[in-house]
Ligand binder design. Structure first.
Ligand code: GDP
Ligand code: MG
Length: 305
């Protein structure tokens, strides 16, 4: 019975502006060690990152993801069997890898979508891709509402979708617009102009004038060349070597910095807090506020008295 205790009286809970206190005078507390604690935790558990590539065959999607992660994380067209034809519909393939750098493990999944935009009639070819993205949200939701839910739900949700625009056109084709219109509601899309080395400077600037800083005009390569005594990733042409990471040659480095060095965590957070949350709210709403029915959960027992 707290009201019988006369002293000390708790202060009324008046919301106050937090006052910044300089702890230097009072001695070190150790608040800043949270950074080190978080670092250790990430080192121990690693983190997931799922990246999807979309665009017509031959635009350099596989080459670019291999360039981004400096490893063979995506199968290139050249390693294909000659008999292997262009798939009749969009085929979706997810391949997982573990990449380690500085003791930090990234569980990278590259989701390839061969067949997108390769048909004569490409109407609605974004649909299987949207379906795949939503299926991953559904999987996550089912795990989340499970009574015996896992501590760490396996995350297969697409955190980032690189959309490859053909360098031949002077602007976006109807297919590009349709894709971005529909998919930007469910996933983070980063548009890139593929094979930017095949465009003239005028073409490039004309293309970019229509939009903002995006799309990044990129060049991919997994071959190294010696330039001024340094080994660089590049493409050798009769006119010289196009250096992938040289900002005077293309914007690959800007894309790499954005996706990996400055916004990777943001891409994951937006996926969880906005795209997944929207899916989840809609799903629970449609179901009258109840979690989705799943055979894995205990619902099946409800019918038994
Ligand atoms: P995907 O079908 O979109 O995955 O394309 P690939 O990555 O398999 O590449 C198709 C072809 O284009 C290969 O011969 C690559 O060497 C070439 N290629 C890839 N990236 C570039 C680029 O940035 N510029 C040029 N000129 N060619 C590229
Ligand atoms: Mg490919």
């Amino acid at each position: 019975m707290s009201e019988l205790v006369p002293e000390p009286r708790p202060k009324p809970a008046v919301p106050m502006k937090p006052v910044s206190i300089n702890s230097n005078l009072l001695g070190y507390i150790g608040i800043d060690t949270i950074i080190e604690q978080m670092r250790k935790k990430t080192m121990k558990t690693g983190f997931d990152f799922n990246i999807m590539v979309v665009g017509q065959s031959g635009l350099g999607k596989s080459t670019l993801v291999n360039t981004l992660f400096k490893s063979q994380v995506s199968r290139k067209a050249s390693s294909w069997n000659r008999e292997e034809k262009i798939p009749k519909t969009v085929e979706i393939k997810a391949i997982g890898h573990v990449i380690e750098e500085g003791g930090v493990k990234m569980k990278l999944t590259v989701i390839d979508t061969p067949g997108f935009g390769d048909q004569i009639n490409n109407e609605n070819c974004w649909e299987p891709i949207e379906k795949y993205i939503n299926e991953q949200y559904e999987k996550f939701l089912k795990e989340e509402v499970n009574i015996a839910r896992k501590k760490r739900i396996p995350d297969t949700r697409v955190h980032c979708c690189l959309y490859f625009i053909s360098p031949t056109g002077h602007s976006l084709r109807p297919l590009d617009l349709e894709f971005m219109k529909h998919l930007s509601k469910v996933v983070n899309i980063i548009p890139v102009i593929a094979k930017a080395d095949t465009m003239t400077l005028e073409e490039k600037s004309e293309f970019k004038q229509r939009q903002e800083s995006m799309p990044f005009a990129v060049v991919g390569s997994d071959k190294e060349y010696q330039v001024n005594g340094k080994r660089v990733l590049g493409r050798k042409t009769p006119w010289g070597i196009i250096e992938v990471e040289n900002l005077n040659h293309c914007e690959f480095a800007l894309l790499r910095d954005f996706v990996i060095r400055t916004h990777l965590q943001d891409l994951k957070e937006v996926t969880h807090n906005i795209h997944y949350e929207t899916y989840r709210a809609k799903r629970l709403n449609d179901n009258g506020g109840l979690p989705p029915v799943s055979v894995d959960t205990e619902e099946s027992h409800d019918s038994n008295p």
